[in-house]
Each structure stands twice: as structure tokens, then as C-alpha cells.
Design a binder for this molecule. Sequence first.
Ligand SMILES: C[S@@+](CC[C@H](N)C(=O)[O-])C[C@H]1O[C@@H](n2cnc3c(N)ncnc32)[C@H](O)[C@@H]1O
Length: 671
Amino acid sequence: MEVQPLQCADNHQPSSQVQSQNGVAGSRGTGERKTAAITGGEAPAEKASPQRRVSARIQAREKTENELLMKRKVELLHDHGQEEEEQEKETEGNRCKKGNACTRRKLGDGQVSKEVAVDKRESLKSNHVVKLQEEAVKARSSSGSVCDKSAHAKVKETLRLFNKYYLHFVQEEENRCRKVIVDKKTPKKKGHGSQEEAKQKAKRPDLKAVSKMMETNAVLYPEKRIGELPGVDVGHQFYSRAAMVAVGFHSHWLNGIDYMGQAYKRGEYGNYTFPLAIAIVISGMYEDDLDNAEDVIYTGQGGHNLTGNKRQIQDQVLERGNLALKVVQYWAEKGISGFNVFKYRLRRLEGQPLLTTNQVFFTYGRVPQSVSEIRGLVCEDISGGQEDVPIPATNLVDDPPVAPTGYKYCKSIKVAKNVKIPLNSSGCNCKGSCVDSKICACAKLNGSDFPYVHRDGGRLIEAKDVVFECGPNCKCGPGCVNRTSQRGIKYRLEVFRTPKKGWAVRSWDFIPSGAPVCEYVGVLIRTEDLDNVADNNYIFEIDCLQTMNGLGGREKRSRDVSIPKIEGIDRTDDQKFEVVPEFGIDAGSAGNIARFINHSCEPNLFVQCVLSSHHDVKLARVMLFAADNIPPLQELTYDYGYALDSVHGPDGKVKQMPCFCGAADCRKRLF
Ligand SMILES: C[S@@+](CC[C@H](N)C(=O)[O-])C[C@H]1O[C@@H](n2cnc3c(N)ncnc32)[C@H](O)[C@@H]1O
């Protein structure tokens, strides 16, 4: 636990205004806690024993799991049926995977190419397409929302897997680059990897991640198909070309036009005229492009300078993808650089959902550039200057608009008097920055590897049981990558008022997956001393042990870390983990931005326990990391992890709270 002097901006005013509309307490009076069932103070007989609290959670989680399992079984049967139908089909996609004809538009590694799903198949206008779309709509409405929901979840899961592989390969690449530098400095030894060898292995991490997805059959839609892809809505943003390939939205990481060739004539699409384009990328790489949301003038493929200056250097030829676009109108013209280019007018199909911007700008809205542009501003910086980046609060909901009140902003953990923070653990002996995982003592605790990559100022490769960071006794400096979560808030966050959930948090900046967003800060307290639980919505129990053991239906996390031995607890005996967390963080009266982050059943953040100054998991720091690539202005959320029916009111009765997260897979209740 990092214990730092408490600095508090005084936001402590009467809390009556911190009420959300329609009767759901936005911030007061529900008595819930984040991870375990609780009982209010007025009915001692009903107070849940530690054992009971956790069992209730486990039971409810098991129920949810069983339901999900059943759902998955149904989907598998459905998928299997489809597979049989498609078995015979020979696909261009497969040939492409074997290495044929996949070269054209190049993006730099790591470049954020925010490709928008304008509509994958908007160039198709035939009756067959309309029919297929009608069938898809019918299928959706007849099978209820289950099909849709799981499709969204699958897309998200696929992208998360891709991001995980990507970060693993980023780490590999960072290590390789380091080796090149070391090799340059040290005389060449025979038998040891030379510079040449290191150079040869260079490959873009995003492309390696795509290959890995293909190798492991993890591409969600590996077969080309006509019609929309379930789970990818109009307006969906991909953050790299490779991510599109990982989902199967587009089967080339370089080509702009993805099309089905003549081979498809023999399959279920026998009535179509091939070649037929099924997905195009508007990458802004052609000097003759003119794109907006309703009408796109798309330039055909070929003849432009692959080095990336967008210049057309040759005439285009009416072949391959250029033949595959069946569109409203097409023509040939002399482009800006005087070469023949093909132009295709693409128009949105009637009835398609609208994009959020008129021009294809790739953001969900317009991010304010200065304080004067902020609509509904009620506070310029709720941290009162404590955070490096000011945190404005806006309110376009209440009349008159009010600012968040009833607490003190507090940048770092405040420790209750009866909580003893363990002494600082011994650290590593690395100089400057920890780089060699075979030498660094902290890396060894993390399974002999660093949990973070350097990219974007430090990104966590994947969620772990616990992350061991370098601490006060380590010899490395503050810039060490293994101190990534200790650098405070670096994104421009905003607290904003919602109609149904009280206050909420969003970022004006794009947040890449694995980036640290903030720590959950408040008063570190013994859970047995929490006496106002019935009125406090801001308690976070430090339940790393439960997470580690996958208790309460949680997903077990990566185990390649040295879990510290915990007195009285044998990790092999799961039952012994059924204990109530001993400590919690109460952000009710004092806390940081994290206290405003709402729950979602499909969250974009995840909770990660981090140990830096000491190694007592029960007192770990609670960090929130980005689970996905998060576009600007998307609400930041994490899963509070309640089991349904696990929360009890002061009268001992099960308490329920409706969930307004709006996710396709919403469980409809917070607890
Ligand atoms: C830690 S606070 C989050 C910030 C809070 N919205 C506020 O106004 O201060 C937790 C409370 O927010 C509300 N909340 C959070 N997520 C919600 C959701 N998905 N649906 C409904 N209410 C939610 C509930 O009142 C919950 O008790």
C-alpha cells in the first residue's frame, strides 16, 4: 500500500443533491458493497456471517454460469449446423492465409488506424442482399436477443484476445530491440545471437498477433460471408487493420478491398456475380478519396505509392478488387497526380443505423479542446489541483446543474488508525530502469517477466492474480516500467452526470488496452469497522485472494506469479478462501475519481491488485486498467462483481438494484 500524505480538496457539502433520478440512489442509501453480500446494522441477527456472505455470492454466480453454459451449448449446436453446410466451400480467404496476393495499403506498426464499420457491405445492392438482410433481421427477432448478445460478447472477447497477443508480441519486440542495442555495445560472441539475427526476427507485433489468431483458430469469422457480421454494428471502431482481420471483418491487413472470387460461385452464393466486394477500408491513404458518412467516393485499388505519401504513381487497372465493387455508380477519371483512377460511389442502404458523425471522423463525439468549450461545466477540477491533469465535472441533466458534493477529493490512500501497513519489502538492485527479467528480483516475482510493456507509457500485458511492482527499496528509478501504476492519472478524465446512474466518468483521450486508468482511493479500513455500510455506495473490499482463487465464479487469472504465503491460509484448499476480505477502501467521505466510476455488465476496465511497497495481498492496491481500446467519450466502467441476491438491507431482506449499464448482455440488476 502506498501511504502518502493526504491532500483533500473540500467537496464536503450536504449530499442531498447526489441523487439520481427515478428513485435509484445515485450515491446514497442502498447499503451495497462491491464484492460480498452485506447486512445492514439494524438487524444483527440477520448479519451475514463471513461464510454466508461468500456462499451467497458463489451460489448466485454458479447459477449465472450454468445459464451461460447452456446458452453456449445452444450456440455451439447452431454453429455446428452452419459448419456442416459450409464444409464444401473453397474460400479465397484460406488461399490468402497461405500467402497469396495480400499486399497493398501499409500502415505503420502501432499506428492507430481507427477503421469505422461504415457498413461492411454497403456497396451491395442486389435483391439477394436485401433478402439476406431481411433474413438476418428475421432470425434476430425470432431468436430473441440471445443471439445478438452473445455475438457482441464474442466480438469483444476476440478483440481482447487479439490485444493480449499483440501486447505479448510488443514485449517480444521490445526485448529484441534491447538486445540489438546491447549487442551493438558488446563485442560479438560466436554462438550468441548476433545483430543480424536480431534484425531478421523483426516483425510487426500486430501481424504476429493476427498470425497467432489464425494458427489457434481464434478468428471469429474466418469464412467470408455476405451480409452484416453479428456483433459488429455500424459505427464499431477498430483500432488497427490487424484487429479487423482478427475478427474476420476484413480478411487482409493490407488490401483495401476484400472480395469473394469466382470460387464462391460453387457454394451457397451461386446466384451472385463474382468477383464481389464484401468489405472495404477507408484508410485515408488515397489522395483522391472523398468520404463522409452518407456518401463515400471510394478510389479503387492499385497504382499508389506504398511508402505512404498517398501519391498516385500509376494508372489503375480494372481488375481484382476494382472489378468486385458492385456500386451505385462508378467511373474512371484522372486523379490529382494525373493518373487514371477508378471512382466508386457508395451509398448507405436505406434503414441502416446512422453513424455518429457526418464526416467519417472516427470518434464518438467531439472532445472539447479547452475549458470554455465544455458544455455544462459545473467544476473545473474536482481534484482541486491535486491531480496532474485537471478533472472537470459537467452536468447537462439537473436543472439547475449541480456539482458532485458530499466527499473530499483525495489523491492517495488514507490509512485508518488501526490498520498497520507492513514494512517495505526488500527490492531489486537494477539501475535506472529494470530491463533484464532474469536479474530483476521484482520480475522474478512476476513469473520471471515484466508484467508491462513500455509502449504508450506502460501497458499491462494481461490481468494477473497480482502484479508485483518495484517499490521504495528498489534501486531502479521512477521511470522504471515496473512502476507503471504509480504515476497517477495521465488521461483527461471527466466526471459527468447521467440521467439514471448519478455521476459517471469518461475520458477525452483514447485509452489503449492495458493502460492504467486510476487507483481506487479512499480510506483503508478494516471491513469489521465499516459501520455505515447501509448508506455507503463507495466501499471496495480488497478481495484479491478471492479473485486469485476464482471464487464466486470469477475467472481464474494467470498464475505465473509468486503468490506470497498468507498466514493461516493454504492455497490448495479452496474452502479456506471463503473468507470475507479483511480490508476495504471506503471512498464514501474521501476518495478520488474512481469513486465515480459506475458498474457495467460489459465493462471496459478491469480490477487489478498491485503490490509495490509490501507483499501483503490483503492490503494490495486496487488499480483499474483498460480492458479494451477505449475510444474518447465512452463511459469508463468496471464490473462491481456482485452476485444477484447477495446484498441484504438493514431489515435482513434481499436488496435489489436495477442496472442501467445498457450493455447488450446486461444482467438487469447490479445485485
Ligand atoms: C461507486 S458509485 C458510482 C458513482 C455514482 N454513480 C455517483 O453518482 O456517485 C456506485 C453507485 O452508482 C450507481 N450505479 C453504478 N453503476 C450503476 C449501474 N450500472 N446502474 C445503476 N446504477 C449504477 C449505484 O447507485 C451505485 O450504488
